[in-house]
Write a protein that binds this ligand. Sequence first.
Ligand SMILES: C[S@@+](CC[C@H](N)C(=O)[O-])C[C@H]1O[C@@H](n2cnc3c(N)ncnc32)[C@H](O)[C@@H]1O
Length: 471
Amino acid sequence: MGRGRKRKRRIVEDVTMTGIADKGQAVGRDAEGMVYFVKGAVPGDVIDVWVKKKRNSYRQGVVENFKSLSDLRVKPFCEHFGNCGGCKWQDLDYPSQLKYKNEAVLAAFNRIGHIEVKEHRPIIGCELTEVYRNKMEYSFSARRWVPQEELDAGGEVDFGPATGFHRAGAFNMVVQIEKCHLQDDLSNKIRNHVHELAMSEGWTFYNTKEHIGFLRNLLVRNTTLGDWLVVPILGEDLPEEREKLMTSLVETFPQLTSVYYVINQKMNDTTFDLPFHHYHGKKTITEKLGHINYQIGPKSFFQTNTTQAVRLFDQVAELANLKGDELVYDLYTGLGSIALYLADKCQKVVGIEEISAAIDDANTNKELNGIDNAYFEVGDCKKVFTSDFVQRHGHPDLIVVDPPRPGLHEDVVKMLGNTGVDRIIYVSCNPATQARDIALLEGQYTVEVIQPVDMFPHTHHIENIALLKRI
Ligand SMILES: C[S@@+](CC[C@H](N)C(=O)[O-])C[C@H]1O[C@@H](n2cnc3c(N)ncnc32)[C@H](O)[C@@H]1O
């Protein structure tokens, strides 16, 4: 655009991809041994690479041409594969996905943390590799992301509104999704219904650059017990349009057991700090994991893969190896998921969570399950998990931590060490930050076991449990 002269494209031929690197990219080498990180390739492919970034020790690029395709490739099952930023690994067979996730966890511990792991248990794969999610967050955009083939075809291109998922790295555009295979098909019907209604009514879709537009996001959650929660997130407060949308949802989908809406006129998409207006049905949806019933409010985090969540919690319980007289802390407890799961195996469990609505759910869930030895405190772990907290509740025998992707605050890591607790179970959805945090405890704790659990087939995301023991 306006540059006059095009820069010469630097193409390197015959790069053999051998493994998986950060963010699910393939990594490989050329004949001279130079390392390449490439999106859209899988291990075993031989490709020509268009080099976009050149550093002393590696090159970053995209596939220019496939010379030969890997035996590990399978046909992607989704029509949106390649455009949607979601399931980047649908073209890699599932056993290989698991193998590379296993290797990625070890690499994080070895390379990032330089941590010795005594026992690395093989990743627990999913039996269900489609329709495994219980939550989807769709986006509405005034501008549709248009695939290159459509642009190249030369006809009139419709850049009009879209409902679906952001393309990776294109936050002002959304890929129009007709069918996603990750949640029960009712989720597709709800999303498509809202899209069609909006188009026929002429409602505006969100413009991320100008921060205007009526329809912004759509949250859809369901449970294996048959509950469905839907929350349209609206960028403008338009009572008439909103009423039409909400009535239509409730009338068209009798399956909806819980309906809310949120008005979000902030610059960012986060909603935990906004009121959720209850419109229809129950205030919470209900799920059962193992022996515990959970009521889930719209603001509370809940593990998105229900079947694997049971396996994850069972692994935590097994590694916790509780005898019945222990005091357990569960930091980043959400709606008390792990705390309540462990409550019947220990003397007392105390959870900390920063979202107060989630702690309300945790207390409801405690009552619902007849548990009388679980306690919860609201607040940022960095501020709540202090020596005062330990004085109030007693010296813990086990601390479980399950932070979000950025991992633990340094103060929380320090406090973990200061408690001198015998065992720590660190559950993480980001082994890189997990390894970084555990490395800070070097000299104080050894890593006895790591146990990855696959919660997110066809993506590079990995859940990993680490059991730490005081030296
Ligand atoms: C990965 S979820 C785990 C929740 C729970 N352990 C489960 O398995 O359902 C992380 C939780 O930590 C909470 N959180 C994030 N940052 C926090 C902080 N600084 N202090 C306390 N809780 C926090 C989030 O709201 C979320 O509920």
